[in-house]
Ligand binder design. Structure first.
Ligand code: GLN
Length: 474
């Protein structure tokens, strides 16, 4: 993004031209890819012209003023419909901006549109969208991942230079891995969720997707910071961009958890991740085999908590205040009919599961037990991060699967095998592209670190990225 910023600064390109280029690309590519639910081209052009005028007066809001962005469609945008990829909210137009949207607007970023996702961010393939599946730009027969599939595909296809996503169990990192882009799930509490439609508030985070590590860090620097409107927002120190120096990984202790390299891991993914680990070692990092034994329980724990919280958060969609109403003689029938018509099958499944695990008879057995296991997971992760500075794993066990391939919901849930741990423990986690499989599909490597140590993730990922680029140039 620095190059684009320099061109804008020197007036070699205007923001209007830049936005037009992306809109043309969206027109060309999106009929196939379907990364966008709503394209807000006119508004983006008006915002771009404002940015150009500010620059002409020497009043740019930031170095990135005039560089456009795409926003996942579960993040509220004032005056621009926010559907959560649900029929329920197909005509819902928020009257306020989410905190992250305020932040990108404050930096002058025009909004190109709203990107596709699994309905209410429940899923791993964007197939559960009421607006059609997003296709993987690397292979149109395959999924882009999910739930931030639209954001990842838009960036990978050059329809947007960067994008916002949300991640509750892997929804930024998994599509980033499938589409070959960089994605970060920040530390829990570091980015405000005000105005983001909640899936599971004890896990949700908003984060950046971009084509390279530096851009992801730049976008993250615009997002991070305290906000009184999000109850769990942390008063942490602000994030400033790190030094981009390959030497920063020298002496770093990198933990490689054996549980993430067991059966179920595609050998091509394993090989690519091992090659990247080799690069880290050559750059002076000390690799250490570690154990994260609780990862075995991560999926079950995650699913219990995510469905419980989702069933309670989604109670607000009843046809009264938000969304489409199906009229009926009495209010209970109206609620039931509106919900039956508005929600898709996966959302209904999760509401039912969540209601079950919270029910008086089952609560102790499921929800309370999941909270206990979650505490163990948090201890396990904390213990590991005392021994090492970073944990490196594959982002996903496999590369992008075929559209329609995973019919059984359980199979779909297993997509989060390597990503849910970071949400359950609140630590930051970044996915970096690391090579391709024999079909040419991107592979992702995941970096996890201590709370509020995003800087270290960026530095290590940057170092690996640079060695990969050198390899490609040679
Ligand atoms: N795949 C996960 C799920 O289906 C992740 C969702 C998310 O992170 N929003 O719940």
């Amino acid at each position: 993004m620095r190059k684009t910023a320099a061109l804008l600064e020197k007036r070699q390109i205007s923001s209007e031209e830049l936005v037009k280029q992306y809109l043309t690309r969206i027109e060309e590519a999106d009929p196939q890819i379907n990364a966008f639910i709503t394209c807000s081209g006119e508004e983006a052009l008006a915002q771009a012209r404002d940015a150009d005028r500010r620059r002409a007066r020497g009043e740019a809001l930031s170095p990135w003023d005039g560089i456009p962005i795409a926003v996942k469609d579960n993040i509220s945008t004032m005056g621009l419909r926010t559907t959560c990829a649900s029929k329920f909210l197909a005509e819902y137009v928020p009257v306020f901006d989410a905190a992250v949207v305020e932040n990108v607007r404050k930096a002058g970023l025009p909004i190109l549109g709203k990107t596709n996702l699994d309905e209410f961010a429940m899923g791993s393939s964007s197939e559960y969208s009421a607006f059609g599946v997003t296709k993987n730009p690397h292979d149109l027969e395959r999924v882009a991942g999910g739930s931030s599939g639209g954001s990842a595909a838009a960036v990978a296809a050059g329809e947007a230079p960067w994008a916002l996503g949300t991640d509750t169990g892997g929804s930024i990192r998994q599509p980033a891995a499938f589409c070959g882009v960089v994605g970060l799930k920040p530390t829990y509490g570091r980015v405000s969720r005000y105005g983001v439609v909640a899936l599971a508030p004890s896990l949700d985070q908003v984060g950046p997707l971009a084509t390279c590590v530096e851009d992801a860090a730049i976008l993250f620097s615009l997002l991070a910071g305290p906000d009184r409107r999000d109850a769990i927002s942390s008063q942490s120190r602000p994030f400033s961009l790190p030094e981009w120096d390959l030497d920063s990984v020298r002496g770093l202790r990198v933990g490689v958890p054996k549980e993430f390299f067991g059966s179920g891991l595609n050998p091509e993914v394993e090989q690519a991740v091992n090659a990247c680990l080799g690069e880290l070692e050559r750059l002076g990092a000390q690799l250490q085999s570690i154990s994260l034994y609780t990862n075995e329980y991560a999926i079950e724990t995650y699913l219990t908590i995510v469905t419980a919280e989702a069933s309670s958060c989604l109670a607000r969609f009843d046809g009264v205040r938000y969304g489409r109403r199906v009229e009926a003689a009495d209010s209970n029938t109206m609620f039931a009919k509106s919900r039956a018509a508005g929600f898709g099958p996966e959302v209904k499944r999760r509401i039912m599961l969540g209601t079950y695990v919270l029910s008086a008879k089952q609560y102790k057995l499921f929800y309370e037990q999941a909270q206990r296991v979650r505490a163990l997971i948090q201890q396990d992760v904390a213990q590991a991060l005392k021994q090492v500075d970073l944990i490196v794993t594959p982002t996903t066990p496999n590369t992008a699967f075929k559209i329609g391939e995973k019919r059984n919901p359980l199979e779909m849930y297993l997509s989060d095998l390597y990503t849910a741990l970071a949400n359950l423990s609140g630590i930051p986690a970044l996915s970096l592209p690391c090579g391709r499989d024999s079909r040419g599909l991107p592979i992702g490597i995941q970096f996890m670190g201590r709370h509020f140590e995003e800087e270290l993730l960026f530095q290590a990922a940057y170092a690996v990225e640079q060695t990969q680029r050198r390899g490609e140039d040679a």
